[in-house]
Design a protein around this ligand. Structure first.
Ligand code: TYD
Length: 139
């Protein structure tokens, strides 16, 4: 089993009658240093993103706008997080199979990760993931 846990992180929220503000910064609100930022948007209804795991990459995902579901599999069990707040996000450790679906219209997923894009870090086959996690020396 993957002993590293996923968890929701509540972000600072500066309430203001002019509009609210939230933030996160390196090594404070999230447990890694940010190297890359990307976002997923204009997702057609019914589409599924993800369906892969990362050998090393950690991520933090915030639903900046709208809502979507993130389903994680740690090699033993599955857990679904409903993301619909712009002031909290989901930390995903390495070696977690993830699917993202149920995107609402105009939803916007902000994702930060601890490394540059590297296709060789992806595991895109679920059976391969289940095999690798059994022998993973770090989990
Ligand atoms: P992928 O991570 O598979 O998308 P998702 O998990 O959201 O379904 O990436 C889709 C494509 O975009 C893939 O061809 C790789 C490319 N890509 C980059 O070039 N740079 C990036 O930072 C990311 C995240 C993806």
């Amino acid at each position: 089993m993957n002993k590293s846990k996923s968890f929701i992180i509540d972000l600072p929220k500066i309430l203001d009658k002019r509009g609210n503000l939230s933030f996160f910064e390196n090594d404070n609100q999230i447990p890694f240093s940010i190297v890359r930022t990307y976002w997923i948007y204009d997702v057609p209804g019914g589409e599924l993103r993800g369906s892969h795991a990362f050998k090393q990459q950690q991520e933090f995902i915030v639903a900046l706008s709208g809502s979507f579901d993130i389903t994680l599999h740690n090699g033993e069990e599955e857990k679904t997080y409903s993301m619909n707040r712009s002031y909290s996000g989901l930390y995903i450790p390495r070696m977690m199979w993830r699917k993202i679906d149920n995107f609402s219209t105009n939803s916007l997923a902000l994702i930060v990760s601890d490394r540059n894009f590297d296709e060789s870090d992806y595991i895109r086959d679920f059976e391969e993931f289940m095999q690798l996690i059994k022998v993973d020396e770090y989990v």
